[in-house]
Design a protein around this ligand. Structure first.
Ligand code: ADP
Ligand code: MG
Length: 387
């Protein structure tokens, strides 16, 4: 079991045998106390109130198991949720627990379902933190991304067999990383023993340079060629890196021949990555190259609804339509808009309406200021066509 380390000083430990608040029951002679659901509900409520953007609906499924030595041990369902909790929830939950119980307790998160032999690793062989929000369930499909999504699902179901390699490309913030992580999470859910190496292209390059400098090429090769799935995000950074490309070419061949799955993402199609060796371009084209486009209005609406749902947030329809119309460029900005609105609502009385959304997104222009003039049109058209 992987646990986080929470402060449990002797002073705290001294308080641990005592009930942490009126609702907590004391166990016999030990310092273990099974945790009271009502107190937990109040802790959750406190976190949700003070950190609205942190909230996820799956918080309701967390199970606080016991209070031991001043630490409330909480079990979460998946390794990705554990990563999220360990990296973002430790302090807010501990503060909430202290407020609610009035004692110096801490919260620590655990997961019983950590993969034993397999898992997702980064270049340093450390378990890679995955984002629990980046799942297929949370990915909205539309005309802009149907093909990459379907291909990613197929690959997750049959790694090494469906499309190999899978190459997903598209502009910034359009969901490439989300899909790569969704594949990783789905694969592990189905076959926990598989080993997935997931890294950024930068990390691959740095590892290669390191291995050359320290003369540890064998270890390097072994690390990259002995996996079931190799996922490299933002592969366009290989541009102009001749020696790394050469090494990647051999890694690619070994994995491909062993029917191991390779998934790559980039900001443009393989043939448009500047200074990428022709033989690599042609290898990548053996598989499936799928493009993600900007989401259309309807998809943006559905994404906003999904983002709100994941956070347990209710957004009125007119707010959703307003944000979907205003934020048209990339999906990451849609999520940013939800966070801003949520933050602004927290400062006010919690109600979200159109005026609040407009203020949150800085849309304070009067109708007069917003009126489009002939000059505006001329400016935009001449700039677009560069005339
Ligand atoms: P990229 O890697 O292409 O730059 P990301 O995968 O980091 O983009 O996506 C940016 C944000 O947009 C993430 O929060 C992601 O969850 C969200 N996102 C992108 N596309 C979708 C989608 N189709 N459905 C739901 N969320 C999406
Ligand atoms: Mg990305």
């Amino acid at each position: 079991m992987l646990t986080t380390h929470s402060p449990a000083s002797p002073r705290e430990a001294g308080t641990a045998g005592k009930p942490a608040g009126p609702a907590t029951r004391r166990s016999n002679a030990s310092t273990e106390t099974s945790f009271d659901p009502t107190t937990w509900a109040r802790i959750l409520q406190n976190v949700r109130l003070n950190h609205p953007s942190l909230n996820r609906v799956w918080f309701d499924q967390m199970s606080p198991r016991q209070l031991t030595n001043g630490v409330i041990q909480v079990t979460v369902a998946t390794p990705a949720q554990l990563n999220f909790c360990q990296s973002q929830c430790q302090q807010p939950f501990t503060a909430a627990a202290q407020t609610v119980t009035g004692r110096l307790v801490a919260v620590s998160f655990h997961c019983d379902n950590l993969p034993r032999s397999g898992g997702v690793f980064n270049e340093g062989d450390q378990p890679l933190p995955l984002n629990p929000d980046y799942t297929f369930e949370n990915f909205v499909t539309g005309p802009c991304n149907r093909l990459p999504h379907a291909a990613a699902v197929a690959v997750a179901e049959q790694p090494g067999k469906a499309y190999n390699p899978l190459f997903i490309h598209g502009g910034v913030g359009l969901g490439k990383t989300h899909l790569l992580q969704a594949v990783s999470q789905k694969v592990l859910e189905r076959q926990a023993s598989l080993r997935i190496l997931y890294l950024s292209c930068d990390a691959f390059i740095n590892q290669f340079i390191n291995a050359v400098e320290t003369g540890e090429m064998n270890t390097f090769r072994h690390r990259y060629r002995d996996v079931d799935l190799l996922i490299i995000d933002d592969i366009h950074f290989l541009s102009g890196r001749d020696r790394t490309q050469e090494e990647f070419f051999h890694t690619f061949n070994t994995l491909y021949q062993g029917h191991k799955q390779i998934i790559l993402s980039a900001d443009c199609p393989p043939s448009e990555i500047p200074e990428l060796e022709e033989r690599l371009v042609s290898r990548v084209n053996w598989g499936l190259v799928a493009r993600i486009d900007k989401p259309c209005y309807e998809t943006r609406v559905a994404i906003l609804q999904k983002k709100a749902k994941v956070r347990g947030l209710t957004l009125p329809d007119d707010v959703i339509c307003y944000v979907a119309a205003k934020v048209a460029n990339n999906t990451r900005e849609l999520e940013g808009a939800v966070t801003k609105i949520q933050g602004m609502a927290m400062l006010q009385n919690g109600t979200i309406d159109l005026d609040l959304a407009k203020a949150a997104l800085g849309d304070t222009a009067t109708p007069e200021q917003r009126r489009i003039t002939i000059q505006n049109i001329l400016d935009v058209v001449t700039k677009y066509y560069n005339v």
